[in-house]
Design a protein around this ligand. Structure first.
Ligand code: BTN
Length: 305
């Protein structure tokens, strides 16, 4: 149990080493969730949760905000809390992630100077609709960045670009039981104020930060506040099953539709063609050179122009 807790909260492990092994073995997962929540009542150097709570206009998103100065991954903490019964709208934020997770098993660099947050959602929908939550989140991130003056666009399925460079990524992890969704954890990473040169060299040329694009600094606190307000609006459309409204906005802000793309699929398979649209499930429709239309559910998209 102690190991699990230290794994979830990488730096806060000292807090637990003060407890005796006996005490630690006695606590069950529910108590562990409560202990995590207590540690999460932090305001860090760069993230002022009090300010976020005071200015939040939402009904349920962010009713509980847990903020840490360091965890392995906010998605992992959020999944643990979701398993222990945390409610829809709970937000987990960390100033640093030591094992931030990207899509396709990649590492997500998460130093100070970015927004690393995860949301716990419990939508009453069929699991087949769950992928649309990722698209809805992409719309909410793009709207947030546009509202502060950045020309944000969405690359299928869920990268947010400014001037053709990636500024934000989304990782959705869900748990379905008996054809219903138990919970969905949506993780959002935004490269707001960090220095691009801390990223691995191969990522640098295709990545950017908000600070670079806007030529001014917007604090992580402000950005989180604006995003949470925006997210509840878009997620509200999702809950009302107004999927067409979300897809309309996604298509309007898409960087992918109309481009010639290469899709990297598992096992190193590549598909090429024109991205002609996305269907109502969020799948990409690719027109291949022989005119065939192919529906693509997942993969890594590389825009060839
Ligand atoms: C991608 O590969 O584009 C997705 C990146 C998602 C990163 C965010 S940061 C907050 C949350 N916690 C994680 O470990 N990953 C997501």
């Amino acid at each position: 149990m102690k190991k699990k807790m230290s794994r979830l909260l990488s730096k806060n492990r000292e807090d637990f080493s003060e407890k005796s092994l006996d005490e630690i073995l006695k606590i069950d997962e529910k108590e562990m969730a409560e202990a995590i929540k207590e540690i999460g009542l932090e305001t860090t150097e760069y993230i002022n949760t009090k300010k976020i709570e005071n200015f939040l206009k939402t009904k349920y998103i962010g009713h509980e905000i847990l903020c840490f100065d360091e965890v392995e991954s906010t998605n992992t903490v959020a999944k643990f809390l979701a398993e222990s019964g945390s409610e829809e709208g709970t937000v987990v934020i960390s100033e640093v992630q030591t094992k931030g997770k990207g899509r396709h098993g990649k590492k997500w660099e998460s130093p100070t100077g970015g927004v690393w947050l995860s949301l716990i959602l419990r939508p009453d929908i069929s699991p087949s609709k769950a992928p649309l939550i990722t698209l809805a989140t992409g719309v909410a991130v793009a709207n947030t960045l546009r509202n502060i003056g950045a020309d944000a666009r969405i690359k299928w399925p869920n990268d947010i670009l400014i001037n053709d460079k990636k500024v934000s990524g989304i990782l959705t992890e869900s748990n379905a039981k008996f054809n219903t969704v138990d919970y969905v954890v949506v993780g959002i990473g935004i490269d707001s104020n960090l220095n691009i040169d801390i990223l691995p060299e191969e990522l640098q040329k295709d990545s950017t930060t908000l600070k670079n694009e806007l030529k001014t600094k917007i604090t992580e606190t402000e950005l989180i506040l604006k995003f949470l307000n925006e997210f509840e609006t878009v997620y509200g459309l999702f809950k009302e099953e107004k999927f067409e409204d979300i897809l309309y906005d996604w298509r309007r802000m898409s960087q992918t539709i109309g481009s010639y793309v290469e899709i990297k699929q598992p096992l190193g398979k590549f598909l090429k063609g024109y991205a002609v649209g996305i269907n109502n499930e969020g799948a990409l429709i690719l027109e291949e050179s022989n005119g065939n239309l192919k529906k693509i559910i997942s993969g890594e998209c590389i825009i060839k122009k």
